[in-house]
Design a protein around this ligand. Structure first.
Ligand SMILES: *Cc1c(COP(=O)(O)O)cnc(C)c1O
Length: 826
């Protein structure tokens, strides 16, 4: 009998006595939490206390469903999907939870009785920023989508005490400040001290005799404890809940009392500090490898804890581990958890006594791996020496796997020495390093890319030779975003308008959003659609006014580029275009320029010099242009600090133009592109990542594609074509670059941007000079289109209507069907 069924009569559970969800009940329960969990009266409560109490009252309802869902999964024996990800860029949870439970109006009313505004309460919740950008946000969208589809999913990751840094701009430059999301406690998580596992590091490997066979025993020099913190994840309409299990590190001995008693007070805490350092802070490295030892410790720490947890649960319900792959699918989100391949082998062979070949079969049938980037600087490798010192047994296992793979390649496929070197798990050319991509590939039954183009390029580049060896292993799974957060919650005005037009059905079957398409031809609908956009733009303008004291005209085009700052994403191209436009407006006051606001936001990795310069430049250009009376407010440039999920939720619905202008072949998918288009923005973009699929779904008249294609970029790079010719042929570009390089925007430091500009004139690695003209022309095409508002709005409506395919529900459906072979537990 389950625990729920055994509960005494009268205990409120979803089963025995459904909870009441009216405003009266909610008000009473929120006040109960305020009183007994926080210890405040309604008079003394601060807004923060209301936020915490509301979250707790809402959480009770999630827990009801959580217990039910967990029981259903257990009883049905349904396959579980474990999503291992070093990052979950979650954002706030209160509005998400209330909205998915369908309680928005009731909670609003309940709080209203005490003069408390739900909208203000929601703003007090700190963002859970346990990720850098697209990769971590994808993991968060997938968690929500699995819960909404009823797929029994477990997210596994790290409970960073400090998430992604807070960005401030001081004297134009990015300054990184620590982020403290746990400062006031976290109402969503449940700590499970009983659910903890030992994680070893270092030490020695010995062999012991096990009935005549050698058995390897790893004796780590250092052990730390991984403790589970669970956050329930509630799906749409509250119909299913999954678990996000994040690991926190603790010392086995919190304090060394011997040392303390002998007067060594610092030494007594050393072990504890060293252990807790593992989950102290998120590495702010996006699309480049963070090569420090602590990073490898983090990766192994959460991989091993998750696998031990998966094995424990499996053995509680099954006789042995031979059928593990029938019951669990483990998805590796990028290579950060790739050490799992060696760790699962160790646990199966060394700890659970399985023989090597059987263990290898189980391992390969259990894992699948998602590749997120082709950038060479982002591909994870670890020095063999470091790996061996930290994880000696796992290193042995990697060598053994490698020998087996290479043998197979030689004997079955007659691979050459060069091909063998390419597939080897050890890179012998750069001082012997372990290649995590290769490890993840060979340890998985399926490897996927995140957009069609990216997947094809993967086959041609990083995994060229492994693809030859295993031609059926690579699949494509184009990314998606959850429409709950990125439409229903962030854009309620548009959501209501869509409901008015086509009914509520699209909320449960998102493909029906396509029914909106015919309303693109309906003038009165278009006007209402534009009115919603206008309100969203006013909301963003208010935020910019409040934070930056820059006033924006909501009637201007809002042209927005928000994402991590990276050379390949080409914010620099966008800024150069702004400068060229500025110079043209000054030179030609007689022309009827279309008013435009260029909005930027995004963080640079702290050690990424060029990215930080680009931020500095955006600020410098903004100051000069915004204060030049000759521009007559026809152009404004704004850099909004501290881009995060919550800011994105305000920005996406307010965009007229979405900038997706990466150098073709370098953006794996992009998901910002999807959020913008879903909210009716027109995309100006290159044929890169999922822009390609967006073109297919939107139709070429509804997206604005320009520039070199991926193969053309590769070809120009191979030929070593620099930027000189393109710069000299384009006066607008040349003049803009000269202005930037000569200090027009940085009179205090005229040489500040010399190297940034020289890189375009010389090597033009990112094809800024090569793509400038096409970009400029396409922007002017958009200017012209803006004056035909009926046409613009028609395209805008079609963007929303045709983006249903980019729902994460479609993506998760494909993973479940083609990779995990898992379905809903209900
Ligand atoms: C969606 C999102 C991203 C990813 O944006 P791209 O444009 O795809 O790089 C990054 N950060 C945040 C906060 C997001 O919401």
């Amino acid at each position: 009998m389950s625990a729920i069924a055994k509960m005494p009569n009268g205990t409120r559970t979803l089963k025995s006595e459904p909870r009441r969800n009216d405003a009266d009940t909610l008000a009473q329960e929120i006040v109960e939490k305020l009183t007994y969990a926080i210890g405040k009266t309604t008079d003394a409560a601060r807004l923060h206390d209301w936020e915490y109490a509301t979250a707790l009252a809402v959480r009770d309802r999630i827990i009801d469903q959580w217990l039910t869902s967990n029981r259903q999964t257990r009883e049905s024996g349904a396959k579980r999907v474990c999503y291992l990800s070093m990052e979950f860029l979650i954002g706030r949870l209160l509005r998400d939870a209330i909205s998915n439970l369908g309680l928005t109006e009731q909670v609003r009313e309940a709080l209203g009785r005490y003069g408390v505004e739900l909208d203000l309460v929601e703003l007090l919740e700190p963002d859970a920023a346990l990720g850098n950008g697209g990769l971590g946000r994808l993991a968060a969208c997938f968690m929500e989508s699995m819960a909404s589809l009823g797929v029994p999913g477990f997210g596994y990751g790290i409970r960073y005490e400090h998430g992604f840094f807070r960005q401030e701009i001081v004297d134009g430059a990015q300054v990184e400040l620590p982020e403290t999301w746990l400062q006031h406690g976290n109402p969503w998580e449940i700590e499970r001290q009983e659910r903890s596992f030992e994680i070893g590091f270092g030490g020695k490997v010995t062999t012991v005799d096990d009935n005549g066979k050698p058995r390897f025993v790893w004796r780590p020099a250092e052990r730390v404890l991984a403790v589970a913190y669970d956050t329930p994840v509630i799906g749409w309409r509250g119909a299913h809940a999954n678990t996000l299990r994040l690991w926190g590190a603790q010392a086995l001995d919190p304090i060394l009392l011997d040392a303390f008693n002998s007067g060594d007070h610092v030494g007594a805490l050393l072990e504890s500090n060293r252990a807790e350092a593992i989950t102290r802070v998120l590495y702010p490295a996006d699309s480049h490898q963070a090569g420090q030892e602590l990073r490898l410790r983090q990766e192994y720490f959460f991989s091993s804890a998750s696998l031990q947890d998966i094995i424990r649960r499996h053995l509680a319900l099954n006789d042995d581990l031979t059928n593990l792959a029938d019951k669990v699918a483990i998805q590796l989100n990028d290579t950060h958890p790739a050490v799992s391949v060696a760790e699962l082998m160790r646990l199966l062979v060394d700890v659970h006594g399985m023989d090597w070949d059987a263990a290898w079969t189980v391992t390969r049938e259990t894992f699948s791996y998602t590749n997120h980037t082709l950038l060479p600087e982002a591909l994870e490798t670890w020095p063999v020496q470091l790996f061996e010192r930290l994880l000696p047994r796992q290193m042995q296992i990697i060598y053994a796997i490698n020998a087996q793979i290479i043998q197979g390649a030689r004997s079955e496929r007659d691979f050459s020495g060069e091909e063998i070197a390419a597939i080897s798990l050890i890179d012998e050319n750069n001082g012997r390093r372990v290649r995590m991509g290769q490890l993840a590939f060979v340890g998985s039954h399926t490897v996927n890319g995140v957009s069609g183009l990216h997947t094809e390029l993967m086959k041609e580049t990083v995994f060229h030779d492994l693809h030859k060896l295993y031609p059926d292993r690579i699949q494509n799974k184009t990314n998606g975003v959850t429409p709950r957060r990125w439409l229903f919650q962030s854009n309620p005005g548009l959501t209501d308008l869509v409901s008015d037009a086509i009914g509520e059905g699209f909320k449960d079957d998102f493909n029906r959003l396509g029914e909106l398409d015919r309303f693109a031809e309906d003038a009165s609908f278009r006007e209402r659609f534009a009115a919603v956009k206008r309100v969203n733009k006013e909301r963003l303008a208010t935020l910019v006014e409040e934070r930056l004291a820059i006033s924006l005209d909501p009637d201007a085009i809002f042209d927005i580029q928000v994402k991590r700052i990276h050379e390949y994403k080409r914010q620099f191209l966008n800024i150069i275009e702004a400068v060229a436009l500025y110079e043209q407006i000054r030179a030609h006051p007689e022309i009827d320029w279309t008013p435009r606001v260029k909005i930027f936001a995004g963080k640079a990795a702290p050690s990424y010099v060029q990215a930080k310069q680009i931020i500095h430049l955006a600020g410098d250009v903004s100051r000069v242009i915004n204060s030049d009376p000759a521009v007559r407010n026809l152009l404004k440039v704004v850099f909004v600090p501290n881009y995060n999920v919550s800011l994105a939720e305000i920005i996406m619905p307010a965009a007229d133009i979405s900038e997706q202008i990466s150098t073709a072949g370098l953006e794996a998918s992009g998901t910002g592109n999807m959020k913008f288009a879903l909210n009716g923005a027109l995309t100006i973009g290159t044929l890169d990542g999922a822009n390609v699929e967006m073109l297919e779904h939107l139709g070429e008249e509804n997206i604005f594609i320009f520039g070199l294609k991926a193969d053309e970029v590769a070809e120009r790079r191979a030929r070593g074509v620099g930027g000189q010719e393109a710069v000299s042929e384009q006066p607008l570009l040349r003049s803009a670059l000269d202005s930037i390089a000569s200090g027009v925007f940085s009179p205090d430091a005229p040489g500040r941007y010399a190297s940034l500009v020289d890189a375009v004139r010389d090597r033009d690695w990112w094809m800024i000079a090569a793509d400038f003209r096409a970009y400029w022309d396409t922007q002017r095409q958009l200017d012209a289109l803006w004056t035909d508002r009926a046409r613009w709005d028609e395209i805008s409506v079609r963007n929303t209507a045709r983006m249903a395919w980019f729902s994460a529900d479609r993506t998760i459906g494909e993973y479940a069907r083609d990779i995990w072979r898992a379905g809903p537990s209900r």
